[in-house]
Design a protein around this ligand. Structure first.
Ligand code: PRP
Ligand code: URA
Length: 209
């Protein structure tokens, strides 16, 4: 079963609380999501392998560590996942970015695909799937299915807020995928929204409501 990493760092918790506040406007919401994503990348990538290389400093030649092995791919789930991309790409500039467009049908809560464009060599990359919200888990599970259908095997799911239902869904459908979240919330309400959550992440990020 995939592991779940919950980040209880005070800075992350403080910033998530600001995002939850319904009075936080779009500009601050966007900036906070970016800041938290940056802080999360630090932990999400903690176990990436390094290798020793020889470099010349202005003083001498030395052996130093650099990232080795797999290249990274960033895969935001549209729309809200877009708000996490710049932060990750800033810290991992060599990463390629793929996009998966999904929206959740408000009646059935089932994910509907409308876009998928991935780097040509995605299957060779360690992929970070980004979406602020893991509610029923339907969208993230479908996105991971797309990636697996295209031969991708090394996938990590990065969410800001998760409901227990969403985590259970991913662990059942994709036991090979580890989940990284800033906060584990209590439950879903009757409309599939996370409680206490932060409302509709896409709408708050883009100011569409
Ligand atoms: C939100 C969110 C996730 C999904 C989570 O997207 O960004 O993708 O819902 O719900 P689930 O775990 O129950 O599938 P939404 O469908 O609102 O689309 P948007 O990002 O375009 O607003
Ligand atoms: N999507 C959101 O944006 N928020 C939720 O609480 C659930 C799904």
């Amino acid at each position: 079963m995939g592991k779940v990493y919950v980040f209880d760092h005070p800075l992350i918790q403080h910033k998530v609380s600001l995002m939850r506040d319904k009075n936080t406007g779009t500009k601050d919401f966007r900036q906070l999501l970016e800041e938290i994503s940056m802080l999360m990348v630090y932990e999400v990538t903690r176990d990436l392998p390094t290798e020793e290389v020889e470099i010349e400093t202005p003083i001498c030649t030395t052996k130093a560590k650099m990232l080795a092995g797999k290249k990274i791919g960033i895969v935001p789930i549209l729309r809200a996942g877009l708000g996490m991309v710049d932060a990750v790409a800033t810290l991992i500039p060599a990463a390629r970015v793929g996009h998966i467009g999904l929206y959740r049908d408000p009646e059935t809560l089932q994910p509907v695909e409308y876009y998928c464009k991935l780097p040509a060599d995605s299957e060779q990359r360690e992929l970070l799937v980004l979406d602020p919200m893991l509610a029923t888990g339907g969208s993230a599970s479908a996105a991971i299915n797309f990636l697996k259908q295209r031969g991708c095997q090394h996938i990590r799911l990065v969410n800001l807020i998760a409901a227990p239902e969403g985590v259970a869904r991913i662990q059942k459908d994709h036991p090979d995928v580890n989940i990284y979240v800033a906060c584990m919330d209590e439950k879903l309400n009757d409309h599939g929204y996370i409680v206490p959550g932060l409302g509709d992440a896409g709408d708050r990020l883009f100011g569409t409501k």
